[in-house]
Every structure is written in structure tokens, then in C-alpha cells.
Design a protein around this ligand. Structure first.
Ligand SMILES: [Zn+2]
Length: 415
């Protein structure tokens, strides 16, 4: 049996080789970013990544929602044959972007920066997944794997996607009866932060409708746009009162049909975020109450023509957290220190939310380099030190895959 412990002796040369491949990784990142992948329409990008994995000799499958999956199993030495019953480590990276299919995706170089929508989020994470598949397939790693590593490129992570891909993967894992020992989402650039607080969210649409009419003759008819405005003002007050345990934002609004008519319809969208599931629920209840209130208040202008108020859910992302001393957070911290960086605890909303809400230890980390302005047309990525964060990802996943008892604190681990 191969002993664990003197990991640096075999791992360091392998990782050094990978530092030499940084241009290859960056090329892949640019090529991936240039394939449009709006949430719900990720298939062209999924196809390209599937092909890349297949050309590397990997067996690739798609699940019911279009997640692209490959599994690196331990080389047949010293382990039971039935590796499919071993709980895997899973690594997730989302395929989709927030940008529409017609968004120009030319990459513009400006000094060390590469500008393109989606170049960091999640072009960087996806390029790291290609590198990971190669590294895990190396005999030096495969013969040391103690459990399978499953790499999953997920659909539907952004916005209205509602973590559809991660949800499907978790549902399938639960149905198979083999839950992973840990899940790591690789999302965007970065080499220090460890997201172990999963920000949950609830997205609501408040729709108000009424009879409408002529803006002169029917001016007393209850007006859904007026009620919507009153709701927005009250949500803004609520937002100020619930910080910092929750963040509430009115993100979109629409109302009215004619310049000269009392409107028939108005709607507003509200995004509620919190680390605490019970806080999400209490803010939601408060918003439901104030919307009904304002509809009633506006309806008093003509009780014969009351406004109707309906509230629908546009998405739910479950909240959750791992304590800072959890072995998965400690393993990520160790990988961060091993590449000479100082680990930083962070909170965000990622594919890791889903496994975390199902009791599977999960974190999210960046895939190296720096970047800003994600989710805007000005998004940029800088590959200076990009190899540092990529090495952190490789180290962490290799540790989780090759250390049989990584859940014990490093000091008490068998050597
Ligand atoms: Zn992302």
C-alpha cells in the first residue's frame, strides 16, 4: 500500500509541471468564455467541454438536466473493485453566465487584464476543471486515490437557474444512496477566500392588478403602479431595518400600459439574501404582509374595484454554513497556506449552497488569478499569479481524494 504523508515528494513535481502549463489553461479559459452560455442555454459550451474531456481520454456522461460529468476512479490497486460504492469527492463548476446569447464575447487585452463578460465567472473555474481532469488522471495521483473524484459541470447556477444543476446532481446522489464525503465548487478567480458561509436567497415577484381605466375619467380607480411604489418605499425601509442579518433589494419593476391610462398591471421583483434560513422566511413573511397592506390601502380609493395582489417565488437558494474548524475548511486552509497565501473566510451564493443544505460538507473557492466586475460587461481577469490559485485547487482536490482520513485534524492524522 502506498503510504500517505510524505506527500510533497510525489506531489510537488507534478504541481511544478502544472505551473508550466499556465498558458494552456489560460488559452482554454479564453476559448470557453467565447462560447455563449446563458442560464438555460448552456448546451454549446457543455458540448465543447465534453469534447475536451473525451479527447483527454475521459468517459463523460450527461444527466437529465444537462450537467456534464466525468469520474476519475482509483487505479485498481489496494482498493475494493466496486469503486462505485465508495463515497466520492465532488467538484462542481458552473457552465452558465448571466449574459444573453447575443452579448459580444470578444476578449480585449489591456495590460495584464483580459476583458470579457464571463472571463472569470466562470471561464476560470471551467478551465480549472479541464486541468483537474488531466492531473487526477496522472498515474501518480490515480494510484493514490482512496475514493473516486467526480467532476461536474453544472447548468443553471446563475440567477433564475435556481441551482438547477447542483440540485439535480444532489438528487441523483441521494437516489443512488452514495453521498459524497465533500463537495467543492470552483467558481471565479481568486486564491485566498474560502466560502464556507452559503448565502441563501429568496426571490419574489409581487404582482398587482386592477381594473384600469382612463386617467381623467377613471382617476379614482385603484392604481397598481401607485401601490407598487408604496410597496417599494416600505421594502426600502424594511431593508434598512433588517441589515445586517439579511439584505433586501428591489431588483426590477414594471408597470402600466398607456401614457393616458390608469394601469391594469404592475410588478416588482425582490431579492432577499441571508445566511440564516429562518431570517429568509421572516423577511419574506414581512414583505407578503406589507404588499397585501398596500394593495388594500390603494383599493380604498374605490372598494368596488379592488386591486389583486399575488406573490410568486422566482427562486430559492438554500442557506447554510460550515464552522471554521470543519475538516473541509481546514483542508482548504492548508492548501491555501501550501501555496503561500493567507486563507480568508468568505460568504457567497454558489453551487455549494445545495450540497450544504443537504448535509454534505461543501465550500466554494476561486480558481486562481484576480478579477473584478463579474456579472457586468466590464468583467476582467488578470492571470498574474493565476498558477498559484490553480495549484491551490489541485492540492485541495488531490488531498481530499488521496487522504483516507482527511476528516481528522491534520495533527492527529495517521502518518
Ligand atoms: Zn459564478
Amino acid at each position: 500500500m502506498i503510504t500517505e504523508g510524505a506527500e510533497e515528494e510525489w506531489l510537488s513535481p507534478l504541481l511544478a509541471t502544472w505551473r508550466g502549463h499556465r498558458a494552456w489553461v489560460l488559452d482554454r479559459q479564453i476559448a470557453i468564455t467565447r462560447i455563449a452560455a446563458p442560464t438555460g442555454n448552456e448546451s454549446a459550451r457543455a458540448q465543447a467541454l465534453q469534447l475536451a474531456w473525451e479527447q483527454g481520454g475521459h468517459t463523460v456522461t450527461r444527466d437529465a438536466v444537462g450537467n456534464v460529468i466525468t469520474r476519475i476512479t482509483p487505479a485498481p490497486s489496494g482498493l475494493p473493485d466496486a469503486t462505485d460504492v465508495l463515497a466520492p469527492v465532488v467538484c462542481l463548476a458552473h457552465l452558465d453566465t448571466v449574459f444573453s446569447a447575443d452579448t459580444p464575447l470578444a476578449v480585449r487585452h489591456d495590460g495584464p487584464r483580459l476583458y470579457c463578460p464571463g472571463i472569470g465567472d466562470n471561464g476560470r473555474g471551467l478551465a480549472a476543471m479541464l486541468a483537474l481532469a488531466h492531473v487526477l488522471h496522472e498515474p501518480a495521483v490515480r494510484t493514490r486515490l482512496r475514493r473516486p473524484v467526480e467532476l461536474v459541470l453544472t447548468v443553471g447556477e446563475e440567477g433564475a437557474g435556481n441551482l438547477r444543476g447542483a440540485r439535480q446532481w444532489c438528487d441523483d446522489a441521494a437516489a443512488s444512496g452514495v453521498l459524497p464525503v465533500a463537495a467543492v465548487a470552483v467558481d471565479g478567480p481568486g486564491d485566498t477566500s474560502i466560502v464556507h458561509h452559503a448565502v441563501g436567497s429568496t426571490r419574489l415577484r409581487i404582482t398587482l392588478s386592477g381594473a384600469g381605466g382612463h386617467s381623467w375619467a377613471d382617476h379614482a380607480t385603484p392604481n397598481p403602479v401607485h401601490a407598487a411604489g408604496a410597496c417599494i418605499a416600505r421594502i426600502a425601509q424594511l431593508a434598512a431595518s433588517v441589515r445586517p442579518s439579511a439584505v433586501v433589494t428591489v431588483t426590477r419593476m414594471h408597470g402600466g400600459e398607456l401614457l393616458t391610462g390608469v394601469p391594469m398591471h404592475a410588478w416588482i421583483d425582490v431579492d432577499i439574501r441571508s445566511l440564516h434560513p429562518e431570517r429568509l422566511q421572516s423577511v419574506r413573511t414581512a414583505i407578503e404582509g406589507l404588499a397585501a397592506d398596500e394593495a388594500r390601502h390603494e383599493s380604498q380609493r374605490d372598494p368596488a374595484l379592488p386591486l389583486h395582489c399575488t406573490i410568486t417565488s422566482l427562486g430559492e437558494r438554500p442557506a447554510g454554513q460550515l464552522e471554521a474548524q470543519h475538516p473541509l475548511v481546514l483542508a482548504a486552509t492548508a492548501a491555501t497556506h501550501a501555496v503561500g497565501r493567507v486563507a480568508r473566510s468568505a460568504s457567497a451564493s454558489t453551487d455549494a449552497n445545495l450540497p450544504l443544505s443537504r448535509g454534505i460538507p461543501a465550500i466554494a473557492i476561486g480558481a486562481g488569478g484576480t478579477g473584478r466586475a463579474a456579472h457586468t460587461a466590464d468583467e476582467w481577469y488578470d492571470d498574474t499569479d493565476g498558477d498559484v490559485g490553480l495549484e491551490r485547487v489541485l492540492r485541495l482536490i488531490i488531498t481530499l481524494g488521496t487522504t483516507s482520513d482527511w476528516t481528522r485534524p491534520p495533527a492527529t492524522r495517521r502518518r
